[in-house]
Design a protein around this ligand. Structure first.
Ligand code: SF4
Length: 209
């Protein structure tokens, strides 16, 4: 019988990835409870606290059941902030089930994981992150909030490898944020910054969870 560590889980559900480069791919989401930040624009405030205590094997059983009717190839650990919990066994277990594993993180707490895809999303005020993510990130997602500046975009572009795209993701697809993202991209292009892209939250457009 698999033993603890137990995890605090908010929800497990099947949907389509709405953010980042994996946008549009069928995915089983596992939302972990707890976050070390309190972003004003957070659209998962219900995951800041609480969650139901569950063993890794129980989470895997739920994922297995969901995949019977929704045979997704990917699982995404999201939150909250997944790296605040001991998710190594869960990542390993999901991979043994034949899933590819994405983890979405604000980037402040690093540990080595067998995940296939790390989406790193530094947040205001300082947009800081653990440098261990520089070589592991597959994408950097920046929510185009009121406080995101061009200087931050430029700094992150310089710090992450050029092969890692920086996505300027509109805050809840709002018009002012889409326009600001466009202005940031124009300025980046003029200054010769590469691999910066505009992005939206597809799941909100499609009305998906
Ligand atoms: S880091 Fe993410 S989950 Fe945490 S408060 Fe910010 S947006 Fe919400």
């Amino acid at each position: 019988m698999p033993q603890p560590p137990t995890l605090k889980i908010v929800e497990i559900f099947a949907s389509v990835q709405g953010e980042g480069l994996r946008q549009g791919e069928p995915t089983i989401f596992i939302r972990l409870a707890g976050c070390d930040l309190r972003c004003s624009f957070c659209d998962t405030k219900y995951a800041w606290t609480g969650g139901k205590t569950s063993t890794t094997s129980r989470v895997l059983a739920k994922v297995r059941a969901l995949r019977k009717r929704f045979p997704a190839d990917w699982a995404c650990l999201t939150g909250g902030e997944p790296f605040l919990q001991d998710i190594g066994l869960l990542v390993d277990g999901l991979k043994k089930e034949g899933l590819k594993v994405q983890v979405e993180t604000n980037g402040r707490n690093f540990r080595q994981l067998a995940a296939d895809w790390l989406s790193v999303s530094p947040k205001p005020g300082r947009f800081d992150y653990h440098p261990g993510f520089r070589r592991r990130a597959k994408e950097v997602k920046l929510v185009v909030s009121k406080t995101l500046t061009f200087e931050t975009v430029r700094r992150l572009r310089q710090e992450f490898p050029g092969s890692v795209p920086i996505l300027l993701q509109a805050e809840s697809n709002k018009a002012w944020s889409l326009a600001k993202g466009r202005r940031l991209l124009d300025r980046a292009l003029k200054q010769g910054l590469k691999n910066i892209r505009l992005s939206v939250q597809l799941h909100k457009i499609l009305g998906l969870p």
